[in-house]
Design a protein around this ligand. Sequence first.
Ligand code: 13P
Ligand code: SF4
Length: 394
Amino acid sequence: MSTVDLPLLPLGRGTDPSSERGVECPGDLPPASDPDLVERARAAKEALGEKVFVLGHHYQRDEVIQFADVTGDSFKLARDAAARPEAEYIVFCGVHFMAESADILTAPTQKVILPDLAAGCSMADMARLAQVEDAWDALTDAGVVDAVVPVTYMNSSADIKAFCGRHGGAVCTSSNADVALEWAFAQKPDAEDGAKVLFLPDQHLGRNTAVLKMGFELDDCVVWDPRRPNGGNTVEELRAARVILWKGHCSVHGRFSADVVDELRASIPDVQILVHPECTHEVVLKADLVGSTEFIIKTVEAAPPGSSWAIGTELNLVKRLAARHPEQNITFLDKTVCYCSTMNRIDLPHLVWALESLVGGTEVNVIEVDPETEEQAKVALQRMLDLPGRSHRD
Ligand code: 13P
Ligand code: SF4
């Protein structure tokens, strides 16, 4: 088994092509103190016209979101990019795996630009291809691999999506994880001890979906720790398991705590707890409503004035919801959880730099998935698009 560590990458020392991280920012980055940044972004966008399409994930800063042509979760944004074939440049204000997915789903002539290459995702970094291939070999040695279907959350690198494509698996998002798991279990009708799913890379989304939406017991799930032989399981445990949860988590959503839920219930009358399924099982068990970023937004929009909400998702989004809905009483679920540091890497100076570079004829920070990875990742993405049942965009 190879141990694949993620050494710290000192700022300003290039990129790390095998991870979600990179730090390169060639050229002149405008200082954040420049009072003309808003005007510069507006002018650059206007000069580029239809050639550029700016996408903004819901977790982006306000200063960036104001320039987004469309906002959404990672899946919606990739679809929106694909629906704009006339745009030569897709400037993706989000994180690296999202830009990769947009590159996979857009035409080869379109270029996807990530304004800061350091906008990676710590969760996606927790499952690296060499580790997942080692796990697959170990599952083969344990004699269970023929019963296993890999399913990866959208929040993973393109090579992990390609791995799933190669091995009969699919991609899912936080809004269709249950439909994807149902599909995956149905792929192995002849498995002796029942089909199994290897769920990558977010153990919490996998566990919450398997237990709370599909009726599995916690005992049906094992955690695969890539740093331990057999993921830290015995062969018997692997044979008995139905869901093998990769030991990854979101460093933002994983920090919300069940104790704070109790405190807020005691201090805010009739508060409803609304959380993202990347939160831990303990937090989700205590919540009133659980759903994707899009679900959280729609729930708040549809609520009657005067409703009280404590929301467990990224702080930029919660603050924006609170500002847009003064008729509601919106609280952040935790005092100690902070912004997603990588989402916040995309700031106005980087956006201005990316747009002005394009105006000047220089393409910066183009995210390009290699053709073989792209083809195999597309297979896994297409399996998700073909999933039966309700929309992935609920
Ligand atoms: P969605 O926006 O797809 O709900 O994902 C949440 C997230 O953590 C994105 O990084
Ligand atoms: Fe990754 Fe979590 Fe940040 Fe999303 S919020 S980019 S999953 S670390």
